[in-house]
Design a binder for this molecule. Structure first.
Ligand SMILES: Nc1ncnc2c1ncn2[C@@H]1O[C@H](COP(=O)(O)OP(=O)(O)OP(=O)(O)O)[C@@H](O)[C@H]1O
Ligand SMILES: [Mg+2]
Length: 138
């Protein structure tokens, strides 16, 4: 991408470390003068993606890789963990009525990320999970 700024970080599994990714994202976005609303949406996506990755990273290789590539027009977010992976197609779409009567109120992260993204791809296998998200910033 022309005139892109990028950031790559490897996050250790320690409390609140997703805030480091968020801070990095914020710095890039402010440098490029991105609109406040878009920055806020991008932060939600990154928070959900990084927390999922940290939760499922396991103990063998617990670090989570996060990469941002940003221009004034678009942001590409890449989040990678080395956990056991999952089958995305097998995750049911959460339903609010069903969730109200369910003990497990979780399960909204993927849906939220997709709703705030312009392109959302997951590749997952026994070696872990890679999520690539594109978000338009204009
Ligand atoms: N990186 C990942 N590695 C392995 N499994 C994952 C990963 N990300 C998501 N999943 C699986 O997909 C399910 C749905 O993820 P999602 O983020 O929508 O919900 P959640 O994390 O369970 O709850 P919430 O995000 O609402 O706190 C998870 O419960 C998990 O089984
Ligand atoms: Mg989640």
């Amino acid at each position: 991408m022309a005139n892109a700024v990028s950031l790559k970080v490897s996050l250790p599994k320690i409390p609140d470390i997703e805030l480091v990714a968020i801070e990095g994202l914020d710095r890039l976005a402010r440098h490029l003068g991105i609109a406040e609303g878009k920055i806020g949406e991008a932060k939600i996506i990154v928070t959900e993606a990084v927390i999922n990755a940290l939760e499922h990273a396991g103990d063998k290789s617990p670090g989570v890789r996060v990469e941002f590539t940003m221009t004034t027009k678009e942001l590409v977010i890449f989040v990678r963990d080395y956990g056991d992976g999952f089958v995305p197609a097998s995750v049911p779409d959460p339903d609010i009525t069903a969730k109200l009567g369910d003990k497990n109120k979780r399960g909204w992260g993927l849906k939220l990320m997709k709703s705030l993204s312009d392109d959302f791809r997951i590749e997952s296998d026994k070696g872990g999970t890679r999520i690539t998200i594109k978000k338009l910033l204009v």
